[in-house]
Design a binder for this molecule. Structure first.
Ligand code: F6P
Length: 319
């Protein structure tokens, strides 16, 4: 019987459990013996693997986090660490690994594939920062989590007639700020992909005030600058006090949305089918709602481009 291992790696994302469930059940459907690896690549190095059956992944499709646990493995980045991992897989006669994670995890996946292990990646990160795919698992849930926070903050921001800077995660990608900001009607959105000036934001705040607008929600992607620094400059530009809310790790947890559960389930099945078909090591993605399979090095060479539509929408609609 062929053997397959599945692991989750890097920052967790809602929907990882649904992806593991799909990979395990699809693997069993296609007659694989499926192993769950604990704590990502660390588990491969330490031999922390357990055989899973259909019941091992019961009752997890709706849960945030990852029951396999996750880690950012430094050891796997070294040749010695990788050798240990490959030796472990070879000794157990496991020839295929499904890696569920983001950019860093896929660099690990690429390294593993260079050692002759068939490696298929499933994108799961709240950052949505992988250019080869339209969406990553966990992004939709995180957008909704941020949106709920924006809605709550808008109430108090209006009552107190204050500008509030809401800092969101995303690393060097502004998608989380952009999507949640556009959906939440934020007045300003600052993302790393687009230059901004304090003067133009100050101007927007003043224009709003002159129309009797009570609040100003400024969404700030963490990769675009320091909230404290922007607050200081904005206060000196407008002469008004403002507040900062850093949403932090609440963005990484929570029950996955229907959209993330479906995406994870579709990608999990597709990943197993790629293993079964003997596909070269690749990453599963989604473009225009169709699943895609792209060789790892090619997928990682894509540059993310923002067509500017949501930024333009915010500029026109959030006056
Ligand atoms: O990649 C997911 C993410 O949550 C980023 O948005 C954030 O910058 C980072 O992970 C935080 O990483 P850590 O969990 O190592 O603090």
């Amino acid at each position: 019987m062929n053997k397959l291992a599945v692991l989750t790696s890097g920052g967790d994302a809602p929907g990882m459990n649904a992806a593991v469930r799909a990979a395990v059940r699809a693997g069993i459907y296609y007659n694989y013996e499926v192993y769950g690896v604990k704590r990502g690549f660390e588990g491969l190095i330490n031999g922390d693997l357990e055989k899973l059956n259909a019941s091992s992944v019961a009752d997890i499709i709706h849960k945030g986090g990852t029951f396999l646990k996750t880690a950012r493995s430094q050891a796997f980045m070294t040749p010695e660490g990788r050798k240990k991992a490959v030796d472990m897989l070879t000794s157990m006669d496991i020839r295929a690994v499904i890696v569920i994670g983001g950019d860093g995890s896929f660099r690990g996946a690429e390294a593993l594939s260079r050692e002759g292990i068939q490696t298929i990646g499933i994108p799961a990160t709240i950052d949505n920062d992988l250019a080869y795919t339209d969406f990553t698992i966990g992004f939709d849930t995180a957008v909704n989590t941020v949106l709920q926070a924006v809605t709550n903050i808008r109430d108090t921001s209006s009552s107190h007639e204050k500008t509030t800077i809401i800092e969101v995660m995303g690393r060097n990608c502004g998608d989380l700020a952009l999507y949640a900001g556009a959906a939440g009607g934020a007045e300003s959105i600052i993302v790393p992909e687009k230059p901004f000036t304090i003067k133009e934001i100050g101007e927007k705040i003043r224009r709003g005030r002159s129309r009797g607008k009570l609040h100003h929600i400024l969404m700030l992607a963490e990769g675009a600058g320091s909230a404290v620094d922007i607050q200081r400059k904005l206060e000196s530009e407008t002469g008004e006090k403002s507040r900062i809310t850093v949403l932090g790790f609440i963005q990484r947890g929570g029950d996955p949305t229907a959209s993330d559960r479906l995406l994870a389930s579709r990608m999990g099945l597709k990943a197993v089918e790629a293993c079964k078909n003997g596909t070269d090591s690749s990453l599963i993605g989604i473009r225009n709602n169709d699943l895609t399979i792209t060789k790892i090095d090619e997928a990682l060479s894509y540059k993310k481009r923002d067509d500017g539509e949501l930024t333009r929408l915010t500029e026109i609609l959030s006056t």
